[in-house]
Design a protein around this ligand. Structure first.
Ligand code: MLC
Ligand code: AMP
Length: 508
């Protein structure tokens, strides 16, 4: 009989067996949670989910504050063959409504303070549970036990993560057990991550970076994470002398560089700083190395693919402004977006990726899925890049209309549709402009409806109820008309140029 395929859950269970008394989590204040204790919580939650009616293939949605129990909920879902659906806590009720309606989860676990807002959803096949930041809530009630472990194969779905499209609504990227496990193995090897590592985990856990990179790597390697509710410069600097690895978005590093406490001595036990989810400024890379002696390792990934490329851990330079080479088993090519022809190294084109890390498709959208793949199985990332003389990939821009602010993706279309619905607005264009803290931030350019004079505060208030705070434009500018090309298409590049210095020199 073929051996069971490796999965994140099986690798975690193996660590529980191998080193039950080792700490998996260390929390602010010093509380430690061992692998054995984590496994018990996982079993309890699994029993609760099964009692709620979850069967293999059912979605389990989670929109809760970061806690160790939230990670246990993720593992419990994998254990029973459920499909995990994490949602950003910043989403408004209107945004959440869409995800729930589209994914049709069997269980929604929300924070106790949002319980009332979800009451109307109950019945109709959905159970609402609560989970608070302190491990409180209905999910933790009961003391059930669930022995069975779902025999997941590599192709079975493990998670759905929503990623907005350039047109239409968000699409759920379905990631399989094989996607998660293979990508995690490749990263463990590439970054020499072992059970001796102590990771500073300051990322949110509803995205690929915090969940499938940081948490999966820690729990499958049998390592320990300093598990923080959110990123805070001083807390992170306090932990550096006891840690070995930090994984963050570029904003982490921009903010760390502002602290006088970031010194080579503070970093003495650190062996690796990783950056990803958005472009790291080459100047920040260089400043960080000059200050600490550590060259940040930049890697490149996305929701649909997990991690694709990485700068080398050893055996080559970590080059600022590049995202390195493909992970083992993953192929990258740069092609002419129109014809699909592979371009010679050095030329800028569309970045495409193929490998065991690439997702199985968009939830219930076979046509949209087909449109994003080439016939030979390469996935079209929507990023623009070139391969340099050493074979390193450089991401030089995006073919997709997307703003990445502090590592969060924001799709202009979603904001434009809301602004356009305001009676004082004829049309709008939303762009990303450079920002000293978030890398990029959102600016809305609006054209007034005839005879109208839209005010910034009025427009922001109008869209606030429907949009998570991090998506709100940080500035609104009124123009008589939007720049258009001969085809009538709005020239966002021209607008970006016009407003590129809007936040230059601002103190974030
Ligand atoms: C918070 N705010 C943001 C924001 N984060 N606004 C724009 N962009 C963001 N990223 C808002 C808050 O609502 C608040 O609004 C104000 O900004 C100030 O908040 P803050 O307290 O200073 O922000 P903070 O909590 O420090 O958060 C900043 C951050 C955080 C960068 C630390 O956003 C973060 O952890 N980002 C990581 C995102 C991530 O994990 N991305 C990975 C995606 S996976 P106000 O006005 O109400 O005060 C992926 C694939 C891959 O992309 O390759 O990894
Ligand atoms: P998401 O859809 O949230 O997973 O975001 C994925 C996108 O983030 C990619 O398609 C890239 O545009 C961007 N991204 C991730 N890592 C990097 C990086 N190191 N440099 C530049 N862009 C990145």
């Amino acid at each position: 009989m073929a051996p069971p395929s490796p999965t994140i859950y099986r690798s975690f269970a193996e660590q529980v067996r191998r080193q039950p008394d080792r700490a998996a989590f260390e929390l602010p204040g010093g509380r430690r949670i061992t692998y054995r204790e984590t496994a018990r919580t996982v079993e309890r939650i699994a029993a609760r989910l099964v009692a709620d009616g979850v069967t293999p293939g059912d979605r389990v949605a989670m929109q809760v504050d970061k806690s160790p129990e939230a990670i246990a909920l993720y593992l419990a879902t994998l254990r029973i063959g459920g499909v995990f659906l994490p949602l950003n806590t910043a989403y408004t009720d209107a945004e959440t409504e869409y995800f729930i309606g589209d994914a049709r989860p069997r269980v929604l676990v929300c924070s106790p303070r949002r319980r009332a807002g979800h009451a109307h959803r109950e019945g109709d096949g959905l159970v609402v549970e609560t989970l608070g930041a302190q491990g409180d809530g209905t999910l933790m009630e009961g003391d059930g036990h669930h022995d069975e472990v779902f025999d997941a194969s590599a192709d079975d779905p493990a998670a759905i993560l929503y990623t907005s499209g350039t047109t239409g609504r968000s699409k759920g990227a379905v990631l399989t057990h094989g996607n998660l496990a293979s990508n995690c193995r490749a990263l463990l090897e590439a970054w020499r991550f072992t059970d001796q590592d102590r990771l500073i985990h300051a990322l949110p856990i509803f995205h690929v970076h915090g969940l499938f990179v940081a948490a999966n790597m820690t729990l499958t390697a049998g390592a320990c994470m300093y598990y923080l509710p959110k990123f805070d410069v001083d807390t992170v600097v306090d932990l550096l002398p006891r840690a070995t690895v930090l994984m963050g978005v570029p904003t982490f590093y921009t903010r760390l560089l502002k602290s006088d406490r970031l010194t080579p001595e503070a970093c003495a036990s650190m062996r690796l700083f990783v950056s990803g989810s958005a472009p790291l400024l080459a100047s920040d890379h260089q400043a960080f190395e000059a200050r600490t002696g550590h060259a940040i390792l930049e890697r490149y990934g996305m929701t649909e693919t997990g991690m694709n490329t990485t700068n080398p851990y050893e055996g080559g330079p970590r080059k600022p402004g590049t995202v390195g080479k493909p992970l083992p088993g993953t192929e990258i090519r740069v092609v002419d977006g129109e014809t699909g022809r592979t371009l010679p190294d050095g030329e800028v084109g569309s970045v495409e990726v193929r490998g065991p890390n690439v997702f199985s498709g968009y939830w219930q959208l076979p046509e949209k899925t087909a449109a994003e793949f080439r016939a030979d199985g390469f996935f079209i990332t929507g990023d623009l890049g070139r391969i340099d003389e050493d074979g390193y990939l450089c991401i030089v821009g995006r073919g997709k209309d997307l703003v990445i602010s502090g590592g969060y993706n924001i799709y202009p279309k979603e904001i434009e549709e809301l602004l356009d619905a305001h009676p004082a607005v004829l049309e709008s264009a939303v762009i990303g402009v450079p920002h000293p803290d978030f890398g990029e931030t959102v600016v809305a350019v609006v054209v007034p409806a005839p005879g109208q004079e839209p005010r910034e505060s009025e427009l922001l208030e109008f869209i606030a109820g429907d949009l998570a705070r991090f998506k709100h434009p940080r500035a609104v500018r009124v123009e008589e008309a939007l720049p258009r090309n001969v085809m009538g298409k709005v020239q966002k590049a021209e607008l970006r140029k016009r407003y590129r210095d809007l936040f230059a020199g601002s103190d974030a």
